[in-house]
Design a protein. Sequence first.
Lengths: 450, 473
Amino acid sequence: MNSREITTQISKTADFLNLKKWDYGASFSNDYSVQVDKGEAKQLKASQKQILTIRVWNQSNLVGITTTSDISESGIKKALKQANIASDFGNKNESTEFSPLAKDPIKVKEVKKRNPVGIKKLLTVLREAEVKLLESHESIKSVPYNGLSESFFERVYANSEGAFRSYSKSQAALYLYARAEEKNKKPRSSGSVKLGYGADDIDIESCIKEASNKTISHLNYSSIKTDKYLICFSPESFLTIINAFSSMFNARSIIDGVSLSNKNSIGEKLSTEALNIYDDGLHEKNISSTPFDGEGTPTKRLCLINRGRIENFIHSESTARIFKTTPTGHAGLGSKVSVSPDWIVVEKSDENFDLKTSLDHSTYEGEFVYIEELNAIHAGVRASQGSFSLPFDGWLYKNGKKISIESATVAGDIKYLLKNIVNIESSQEVTTSGISPHIWVDELSITGDA
Amino acid sequence: MLTSQIKSNEIVFGSCNKDLLEEIIFYGIKLGADFVEIFIENTDNSSVLAEEDFITSVSPSFGKGAGIRIFKGKKDGFVSTNDLTKHGLMRSVSQAIEMLDITDNKKELFNGLNKHRDYSLSKKKWINEVPSIHEISEKLLVSTKSLKKNNKIITRKGSYSRNLQEVIIASSDGTYVSDIRLHQTVGLNVIASDAQYRSSGSRRFGSSGMPNEFRLWDHEKAANDVFESSMNMLYADYVDAGQMPVVLANKFGGVIFHEACGHLLETTQIERGTTPFENKLNEKIAHESVTAIDEGISEGSFGSLSVDDEGMEPEKSVLIKDGILKKFISDRAGELRTGHKRTGSGRRQNYSFAAASRMRNTYIAKGEHSKEDLINSISEGLYCKSMGGGSVGATGQFNFAVEEGYLIKNGKLTSPVKGATLIGEAKEVMPKISMCGNDLELAPGFCGSISGSVNVTVGQPHIKVDSITVGGR
């Protein structure tokens, strides 16, 4: 069944079961991926997946839900029946409705349709990439984590009031993580990830170069003394920390009491006036963009922090109703609807007079720690408490030299971090999770082995 | 060639699918595969969330799918699909054969499937024995009410999930098994707040194959434990960073061994060349007080299995005996690529993942000391009563968050501290586990890795690590 036929089938079956109000979200995908090991194919993988999530409102307007991979007539009937049973346990305290924007026009980025290049070509490309990476430096002995994949999928949202949205797209990803070994030294590892709309769009050479350069740059390493340091966050690492604490802007988290913000936090000063943060799922550089969320609300650009102050929260239909505003296009589709950001864009505002502009990661000659990548986010972030303690890859810059830091963590508090931003560099960089310039923060604690 | 008559054109759970499975496997062998494996599952899951004094989410789900894996030499191709018809499964076999670019004429023999090993016979009734949504909801609400012990508790959550997975595994070495797996977990979480102070507490419990376990769960004890933990940590200061001796509590303290060492003993790590223990078999890799075990046979434990996802019964594997490395955790691909015999550890999250060597119930065996012996032996250090999650990097570095920690001074527990992270490398830390307590206990958890998220148990007695880096402020 295609998405129109599924909608018709759900409608027909819902009528048969006397279910008046329903909506559904579905995704259909075909994925292909390869991994290699020293020139040999290691695992080649293909998958065909279909997932259907149906919500049903009962006569008391309580919602029940069921998810299934069985999109046959009998599977749809069973899912509707189960959702109806689950609706007896629907949340009486917080009602869910259709998004008022579920029929609004959506902006779909015009992207040329890509066709699968096929497993054989993926394998050839990855083999060549592995060889080039191994040949790029004598210390690079293996590429233990590697993969090239392409995915073709369709997302659908429809409801019993006639809303219907469908969106098809493709995406490809290449990751290369090299391992370098030198005598009497610990192995060092680093890598690079690149995305594209299709496998042919991926900048393979830059992925190889980046993985090689990053790995080699960590070959000479040293422990760092435990102390407080001036820190320069790479665009990637700053976006990681903002995403980890995005519950500050999340209306669902605020209602649930797990956010550092509260309903009255709009306007609260979090940082220097030089800081602007947006969520911009439709940004032209966001390859993973989708034009509508799980409830069918159109995706849009939303300012989260304006000149250092909280400007907006991200919402689902129900949180928007509670906050007396409109949904923002950040909802999932679940029994309890989740809310999450799409793609964070960090910018320097025009109110940037208090910044120490001499702090530039490529020219600054004083002592500082450069954090390239933060690790183990799931273990080291306490979003509800605002604290973090995270291992990182990075360098200590001292006396005009840089040396890779061995086994260290950076710890602090997100509000302290934001308040202590001392410079936002001008040039932004595109990463897989958003766009940001380098961000400088004063006096963060680093624990090292020295 | 098998010439059995095809009785069904689609896999039907609860029926004999032997003829159809044989035809599909034979089809793969005929096309030149060295080995063909079919993993088929049928799932029936549900989860319930209680927040404060209300049920806020009930999420049932169900589905079917198949994962087909073809080996040619040491290469493998894996295809997953929701189409369980003969046509769909054969198309998946063709796709895997095409991916592997198999063109040679060398044909393996396939003598048909062995006698069906049906581990599901006594388990078919489980679906009717597990608690109903209504029963679950009532107990969760009682549990969250039990957490309401003072006005500093600002959020209370109770969550339950039940996964019932029916599997059929067949492969060209004759393996033909069926099983039903039941996993239930229940967790409690609180956030406490007072002025600028905040803390949280959480505990998770889990079982496999025990439909009544949720009914027997002592929610009062669990609620008291979570409440006390959050209160103890509410006004805690941040820990000072540095190198120090630590005592790790039993139960979930075992996550340190799981992350720091257990993953490095999986053959997938040998395949990648990312374990420092690759050539250390029968060599000393840990302090002589350490004996470590991985097994899938403890009744009711979260990581236990009747049969692994490649159709092999799990064994009890002594990984480290008195500090000496004795065994790696291996699956079919691991045996093929590294030579280490399979241990019944081929596991996957579901049909869309190829099985890989994964831990099951993994723990450090008990020693002779009391918890007090360990603490009394330290003049200044850290007691990690409750651990959060952790991870291990590509070069073997690990880190763990300490959820509930206390300073040790002159052999006594003193003030609570927060924000601690334990950092190190297995190779360096394992020889520093100098004392093991006599109070081994296990705790359930979820482990995410190459073949998805699988249920595991971690465990240990109280252990002392002579020196480790503690990250703080």
